[in-house]
Design a protein. Structure first.
Length: 137
């Protein structure tokens, strides 16, 4: 099977998946797991429960506000849990749920693909930017 045929079948399957369910919910789920931070957090929490400050240190570039918003959204979707311990000061831990664990293999595969291909992607970006800047000048 050619690459073009495989891509064509995948796109038709994606369309079928979208239409077979509530399209708004389907898109919102893809948006949630495809955002900038969610997959990173799920992958990190797969290693074990973490406190907020541990996550903040582990995820480079994320702000406190964005970490809070992303954790809340993942909790709302049932992909992580938030546990508050009655201690002084209170301790809060985040952990991936069984549903969130079902994302582990696809998340790891996507992360591996990104790591394996980042040099080629950077080279393509550089080549594109050089070609684009020549056209603009």
């Amino acid at each position: 099977m050619s690459h073009a045929t495989l891509v064509d079948e995948t796109l038709r399957s994606m369309g079928k998946l979208c239409l077979a369910h509530d399209p708004d919910v389907f898109r919102s789920v893809l948006e949630r797991i495809g955002d900038k931070w969610s997959l990173l957090l799920i992958g990190i929490l797969e290693e074990g429960p973490k406190r907020f400050t541990e996550l903040l240190r582990t995820v480079p570039g994320i702000s406190r506000r964005m970490l809070t918003l992303t954790l809340r959204a993942l909790e709302r979707d049932g992909l992580i849990t938030r546990t508050i311990y009655a201690e002084v000061p209170p301790r809060v831990e985040y952990a991936v749920t069984d549903l969130g664990r079902t994302l582990s293999q696809p998340v790891l595969a996507l992360a591996t693909w990104a790591a394996d291909n980042q040099d080629a992607i950077l080279a393509n970006r550089d080549a594109f930017d050089v070609g684009t800047s020549e056209v603009l000048t």
